[in-house]
Design a protein around this ligand. Structure first.
Ligand SMILES: [Zn+2]
Ligand SMILES: [Zn+2]
Length: 464
């Protein structure tokens, strides 16, 4: 009954994975299954349906069982989910043994320490066999440190498409707490990437924001999974990074490990989410994907999409405008910043909240079209309310060598004039654009940004 629900493609894959995991040649495998080499090859390549007898023989020979979740809803799951329960049990026992022994073993010399065998040599093999992890797709690595003990021993499952190293990207990791009392199975992120980019203090905040934003996309049940920072009883910068980087985790305790069934379900659920990250990433590099998760946190907004949001955040930024970090100092023309790459591979340029806020300050919160235009007092900043508008749209940055997101290209406008520029009738809009152009053209050319007036008008969808 169960077999009919399993999709056939994953069945075919199962034959190949089982053979590779058991390090058998095709002829050895064919012999065990009592089928011809040609039949096996056709099955492995999806050219032939698997008959029930052969499938049962495979499952029997290699102790394979379909996971519970697969049986419950084969439609929802896209990954083939099979386990070798003997090895699932061995994996759990090994994890328990590591928790029991490593706090003591860590006191002994690093060289020749039995902990290496348990974490680095044995555990990766057990987990690979337990879940039929295909070594073409996954890299499984255990670590206890290099030359000396790391604070937290770990075992990583890397999806090779995403990363092959714990320093960057996303991965599933088993992290042993330093007291040997628990282990977390965590969907986590490479701390080093954040650390190098932002420095320790800011990185700890940013990595949590990335986790938070990614969590929202992955839709695991928050009642069943631990989100936010985990507690490894650790003190080092690196281990603190693992704690902060958690996206989803399960915590298992020494001598109270989950049942085989529960562990299988937990691991496959996490593995599925991990694979979903790759789909979300699309054509972007992993770094580009991570940057897109941090856009708002970094005070970056896309052009056009979020004009309201953008100005709301500019107003907030006015309250933290730091006199010393004033953008007025930026006198030279700057080369354009790199765009953020969209899921489909398309570049998009961003505007910075900080720069816009500095532009409003520089304009003394007055409307660029007429200083006497009335406005009101902004509740959050206590300043006259004006909005930031990029005269030359950021979406055209691709046509310019130099940065468009600069003070010289940002007009401070009263709300009425700003709305007029976006929604006004052509003849009224035209007057405003001409006036702004006259006022701003010199500043723009100082920043090596050149655009004739007729071209500017085209950007505003006007004909002449
Ligand atoms: Zn605008
Ligand atoms: Zn105005």
């Amino acid at each position: 009954m169960v077999l009919t629900q399993i999709n056939t493609q994953s069945l075919n894959e199962l034959f190949k994975k089982t053979r590779l995991n058991n390090q058998l040649t095709s002829s050895e495998m064919a012999e065990r299954l009592k089928i011809s080499l040609t039949t096996l090859s056709k099955i492995e390549n999806g050219l032939r349906q698997v008959d029930a007898e052969t499938l049962l023989r495979l499952m029997h020979l290699f102790n394979i069982s379909p996971s519970l979740q697969e049986m419950e809803d084969s439609n929802k799951t896209s990954l083939p989910m099979y386990t070798n329960d003997q090895y699932v049990e061995k994996t759990l026992n090994q994890i328990n043994k590591i928790m029991q022994r490593f706090p003591k073993l860590r006191e002994e010399p690093f060289k020749g320490n039995p902990l290496k065998e348990m974490v680095v040599d044995e555990l990766p093999v057990l987990i690979t066999k337990a879940f039929f992890l295909d070594e073409n797709d996954y890299k499984i690595t255990g670590s206890i440190g290099k030359g000396q003990f790391a604070e937290v021993p770990w075992l990583c499952v890397f999806l090779k498409d995403i990363t092959k190293s714990a320093t960057k990207g996303y991965y599933i990791v088993f992290l042993f707490s330093t007291d040997g009392q628990s282990v977390y199975m965590s969907l986590n992120q490479g701390w080093t990437f954040f650390h190098e980019k932002y420095g320790t203090k800011v990185a700890r905040k940013k990595i949590q924001v990335a986790a938070q934003n990614l969590k929202g996309e992955l839709l695991l049940n928050e009642n069943e999974w631990i989100t936010g920072p985990i507690d490894l009883q650790a003190h080092g910068i690196l281990a603190k990074g693992y704690e902060a980087g958690n996206i989803f985790a399960k915590k298992y305790y020494f001598n109270e490990l989950p049942s085989i069934t529960q562990f299988k379900e937990d691991f496959y659920t996490l593995l599925q989410s991990y694979n979903e990250i790759n789909l979300l990433r699309g054509k972007r590099s992993v770094d580009e994907f991570t940057e897109s998760l941090l856009l708002l946190e970094d005070g970056l907004f896309f052009d056009v999409d979020e004009d309201e949001d953008f100005n709301l955040n500019v107003q907030k930024e006015l309250t933290n405008l730091d006199e010393e970090a004033d953008m007025n100092q930026e006198n030279d023309a700057k080369k354009a910043r790199q765009p953020v790459i969209q899921k489909g591979g398309k570049p998009k340029y961003t505007r910075r909240v900080k720069v816009a806020a500095a532009a409003l300050k520089k304009a003394h919160y007055k409307c660029a079209l007429d200083e006497n235009h009335t406005t009101f007092t902004n509740k959050s900043s206590g300043k006259p309310y004006v909005e930031a508008h990029h005269l030359i749209h950021m979406s055209t940055q691709g046509n310019f060598e130099y940065e468009l997101d600069c003070l010289e290209n940002i007009a401070s406008l009263c709300p009425t004039c700003h709305r007029l520029l976006h929604h006004g009738a052509d003849h009224e809009k035209e007057q405003c654009i001409e006036a702004l152009y006259d006022k701003m053209v010199n500043g723009l050319s100082n920043k090596k940004i050149y655009l004739p007036l007729p071209e500017l008008k085209k950007l505003y969808q006007m004909d002449n």
